[in-house]
Design a protein around this ligand. Structure first.
Ligand code: NAG
Ligand code: NAG
Ligand code: NAG
Ligand code: NAG
Length: 178
């Protein structure tokens, strides 16, 4: 209970001070790799620049067999002389999460993707898994202390606890206080 209250206090503080005039928040690179091509084929994994401040991500992978067991490890790295682990390293049981979101960090990550993916239903997952024209918005990012810099968001997908594919997205977050 105490932890929850502290977390909320922290959130409120961040949200009140974290107002700034100019924010750059965009993806800079995307890489996807299948570790098991007889199950997962990556058809598309690409960034497209719409304008100077907006970059969209498109992802299309075919799952040749359905899976009711998906676990995803989400890790953030911050670039400073190489990539250093930053704050988040968490495994989410995605099928459980899609039935009922159960984790604060999981919700933050899901909020980046939920409006852009066809994976917004409960498991099993099968067929084409899509992310269409996703772009970063600052809303889900609030509530955690992100310093300006270059980051890597690394996701590793397991079916039945065995690695099947990775999706890695680099992004830049720069907040200019005026
Ligand atoms: C790779 O995919 C096949 C299905 O095409 C599956 O039977 C096999 O268990 C998978 N391998 C691993 C290591 O998960
Ligand atoms: C996803 O890729 C598959 C295989 O290339 C293609 O048939 C399908 O049309 C693609 N889906 C979308 C929405 O682009
Ligand atoms: C998702 O879409 C809903 C409805 O259009 C919108 O209210 C919400 O802010 C969007 N969420 C994100 C993270 O973009
Ligand atoms: C999933 O996304 C589709 C297309 O954006 C939308 O029509 C549908 O209502 C969403 N379903 C859920 C459960 O959010």
């Amino acid at each position: 209970m105490r932890n929850i209250i502290m977390e909320f206090t922290f959130l409120i503080l961040l949200n009140t001070y974290g107002v700034s005039d100019s924010i750059t928040f965009k993806m800079t690179n995307a890489q996807c790799i299948s570790h098991n091509k007889s199950w997962v084929r990556i058809n598309e994994c690409r960034l497209k620049a719409i304008n100077r401040n907006k970059v969209v991500f498109n992802f299309n992978a075919t799952l040749f067999y359905p899976t009711p067991d998906i676990r995803v490890t989400y890790r953030y790295f911050k670039r400073e002389n190489g990539y250093k682990p930053f704050l988040i390293n968490i495994e989410i049981d995605s099928c459980r999460f899609l039935r009922k979101p159960y984790n604060f960090v999981g919700v933050m990550i899901w909020n980046f993707f939920r409006n852009f993916t066809n994976a917004n239903h409960t498991c099993p997952m099968s067929g084409d898994l899509l992310v269409k024209n996703m772009f970063l918005t600052i809303e889900p990012f609030k509530g955690l202390p992100w310093p300006s810099g270059d980051y890597l968001f690394a996701t590793s997908w397991k079916f039945y606890r065995k690695p099947q594919f990775d999706v890695n997205i680099s992004f830049q977050f720069i907040e200019d206080f005026v």
